[in-house]
Ligand binder design. Structure first.
Ligand code: GAP
Length: 445
């Protein structure tokens, strides 16, 4: 591996390495050399990702009266993508190098020569980012469909179904978490731009005249959600789009950006999509998608405010924000770099580790009993291998907020030491009170 050029690059390399070593994120199909920009979440990564999605779901669906959830299929009728504009317009400008044959996104290039070999480039041509596939046993043009490049179209085409079955009226929203696929030309920065990724999207349907007020509401709400997960306020910013940058369907758009080691980059976009999507699907399907307001005797197509975020980007930002490398370590005269992931306890994959101080005097049995008790409520780990300091460090690296050690005093008075990941302070808590203790720390009390 080449020497990192900057502290930021070093930090990113350390995070990527920790993710692989400790089971957060692996390159997909690695034994075959990897699949370009596709990633697998390992044993602790899947827990972190699950917790992030759970936080989102609770905040935008469970705790609100004006939102419902949906889980639409990834494969949709091909006409959806014609009506949405993706077949004709979901493209990036692609250029080929005539010499080395590499391909680039034209708008990423600074000059008019190939950045790899200096060769001559072709003129730019539109490259559709949707993954094509075939529905059914015949691979004909008539059977072509696509893996969805965004989850929101599943919401738009179900608007009428939800309206009727959930008995909602605007303003109300539909939320969905799911996989999306884009055959990105430029990838990189770890999971930041992947070809398969997960989105969480809200389509919030409002009377047209309320669109601006709900747009401002959702921008504030979504920014607050990220800081509530523990991301430092000064690592987040809002970036309103300039008029010439807006997507064709959007009247306004503001991005929530995070200060990654590779620069300020988008976590989520909040867009005012107006009635573009419902209108297009109404025209293409011939179905009336208007809402009839009984009280006002008014029929209209709701306008849509869309907060659209990437789960993988949130996870990456949370990892970056939580990561600290301590040269020389925090404990007694160690020379190693110690890594601590200061994840919010609610997001931490493992909530507590139960550790017998030594492998004798009944401590392993006592520790196992505590572990068995706690694991009925949360993901916890039992670990008896290696020195206690080494075991603490293993947990610090994956962000476990509490280590509970069974020692000789436990065998006398039933208390264990609870070590805090961030302060390294230790307090004694009776084993019978550990569930209550953790509930309090996790805000579940
Ligand atoms: N429905 C609107 C929409 O899909 P977008 O800005 O293209 O808008 C929304 O995508 C979010 O999805 C982005 O803010 C980002 O978090 C995530 N996202 C988009 N492309 C991605 C990719 N290639 N890899 C990872 N996340 C991506």
């Amino acid at each position: 591996m080449s020497k990192p050029e900057s502290q930021d690059q070093l930090k990113m390399e350390r995070i990527v390495s920790l993710c692989k070593r400790r089971g957060f994120i692996y390159p997909s199909s690695e034994i075959y050399g990897g699949t370009g920009s596709v990633w697998d979440y390992g044993p602790v990564g899947v827990l972190l990702k699950h917790n992030v999605k759970q936080e989102w779901w609770q905040a935008v669906v469970q705790r609100r009266d004006d939102m419902v959830g949906l889980d639409a299929a990834i494969l949709m009728h091909p006409r959806v993508w014609e009506a949405s504009g993706h077949v004709s317009g979901f493209t990036d400008p692609l250029v080929d190098c005539l010499q080395c044959k590499q391909r680039f996104r034209a708008d990423d290039l600074a000059g008019d020569r190939c950045p790899a070999c200096g060769g001559e480039l072709t003129a730019a041509r539109p490259f559709n980012l949707m993954f094509k596939t075939f529905m059914g046993p015949v691979e004909s043009e008539a059977a072509v469909t696509y893996l969805r490049p965004e989850t929101c179209q599943g919401i738009f085409v179900n608007f009428k179904n939800v309206l009727t079955s959930a008995r909602k009226k605007p303003p109300f929203g539909i939320a969905q978490i799911g996989k999306s696929f884009r055959n990105e030309i430029t990838t990189g920065n770890f999971t930041f731009r992947s070809r398969e990724f997960e989105q969480y999207e809200i389509e919030y349907f409002v009377p047209p005249e309320q669109a601006d007020q709900w747009f401002d509401y959702w921008v504030d709400e979504r920014l607050r959600w990220y800081t509530g997960l523990g991301i430092a306020q000064d690592h987040l910013r809002l970036r309103p789009h300039a008029v010439d940058e807006l997507a064709h369907y959007a009247a306004r758009c503001t991005d929530v950006e995070y200060h990654f080691p590779f620069g300020w980059s988008e976590l989520e976009g909040i867009a005012n999509r107006q009635d573009y999507d419902l209108r297009r699907h109404q025209e293409a399907s011939g179905k009336d998608l208007q809402y009839f307001d009984e009280a006002e005797k008014r029929r209209y197509l709701p306008h849509v405010i869309e907060p659209s975020g990437g789960v993988d980007r949130s996870v990456l930002a949370l990892l970056v924000d939580a990561y600290e490398a301590i040269e020389g370590g925090r404990g007694a005269a160690g020379a190693e770099v110690e890594s601590v992931l200061r994840l919010h306890p609610r997001l931490a994959p493992i909530k507590a580790a139960v550790l017998p101080l030594v492998k004798r005097d009944g401590m392993p049995d006592r520790a196992r009993a505590i572990y068995d008790d706690l694991k009925r409520h949360w993901f916890v780990e039992y670990d008896e291998g290696g020195s206690i300091g080494r075991r603490y460090r293993r947990q610090d690296e994956i962000g476990t907020p509490f280590c509970m050690t069974v020692d000789s005093q436990t065998m006398q008075d039933g208390t264990v030491t609870v070590r805090d990941r961030d302060s390294m302070e230790q307090v004694r808590v009776h084993a019978d009170k550990l569930i209550e203790f953790l509930r309090g720390k996790l805000g579940e009390g």
